[in-house]
Write a protein that binds this ligand. Structure first.
Ligand code: SF4
Length: 276
């Protein structure tokens, strides 16, 4: 039987120092309030009770959340794996020392090669992020990358993959650009199906060239990947590419454990429906 991992994405803060062209609107102004430290600590205990095995920490920029090192430690102690998605510009020594090399992975986000990445991210960040990746790699961490795939960058993705592979990347996840107002307003659009077909052909060649590199491209038009997002204010959502986000209430409620468990069960059922 197909075992579905009990995993969630925790958008642990809405705060970020950048203003990328495709970001969630209002992230800098904190339109959605982050949970207090106490509520974050309470929430992680409820997550443990729900037997979650993996948390992907997102934001905003998760490494700007002051409580994250403490939350990571609690997760390690309870054998929960963590993937930290980051722009890589705020990783300080204190943060590295809070990480666990066995359980934690750092996943850096890219929007293209240097010129495009810097344009979309609003500053000269490409090389700085690469430097942090090299440092993380030299410290012995497993490093991965997310690439947002859009019409504006799809042709340069194979070259970007080669560049990232040369640094020591173990896995690259290609994400369809999120369907957001900010992206539309800035003329960033999702690729057409035919463009993905061409990209896929290139990926086959790259997989042959780099057998140790895992490249994950979701096939968005045939499958619907369901995932759970714990919003920075504690609301639990079941999300997918092709359906409306469904709320399961807040983790901070008295029924927080039941709420999260119900979302996890629905994630499994939706996945089964998908593969049957
Ligand atoms: S780095 Fe991430 S969170 Fe920060 S502005 Fe860019 S997309 Fe938004």
């Amino acid at each position: 039987m197909d075992i579905i991992e009990r995993k969630i994405c925790w958008r642990v803060t809405r705060y970020c120092t950048l203003h990328c062209m495709h970001c969630l609107a209002g992230h800098g102004t904190k339109l959605i309030k982050d949970l207090s430290e106490d509520d974050q600590l309470l929430s992680v205990k409820k997550i443990i009770k729900c037997n979650v095995s993996r948390i992907t920490w997102t934001g905003g920029e998760p490494t700007l959340c002051a409580t994250l090192p403490q939350l990571l430690k609690i997760c390690h102690d309870n054998n929960i794996k963590s993937i930290i998605t980051t722009h890589g510009l705020a990783l300080r020594e204190k943060f590295y020392s809070a990480l666990n090399k066995e359980l934690d992975k750092l996943r850096f986000s890219f929007d293209g090669l240097e010129k495009k990445h810097n344009l979309i991210r609003g500053g000269q960040y490409f090389e700085k992020t690469l430097d942090t990746m090299k440092r993380s790699f030299s410290l012995g961490f497993t490093i991965e990358a997310n690439i947002n795939v859009m019409q504006n960058n799809i042709k340069e993705i194979p070259d970007l993959i080669c560049k990232l592979e040369s640094i020591g990347i173990k896995k690259i996840v290609l994400l369809n650009l999120m369907d957001r107002e900010s992206a539309h307003d800035n003329n960033l659009e999702r690729p057409q199906k035919e463009e993905y077909v061409l990209l896929n052909k290139k990926l086959v060649e790259l997989k042959y060239l780099y057998p140790n590199l895992e490249i994950q491209l979701n096939n968005y038009w045939d499958e619907n990947d369901y995932y759970i997002v714990l919003e920075s204010n504690g609301e639990i959502f079941l999300c997918s590419e092709n359906t409306e986000d469904k709320s399961f209430g807040f983790i901070t409620e008295n029924a927080g454990i039941e709420n999260l468990n119900l979302a996890l069960i629905n994630q499994t059922l939706s996945h089964r429906k998908n593969i049957n």
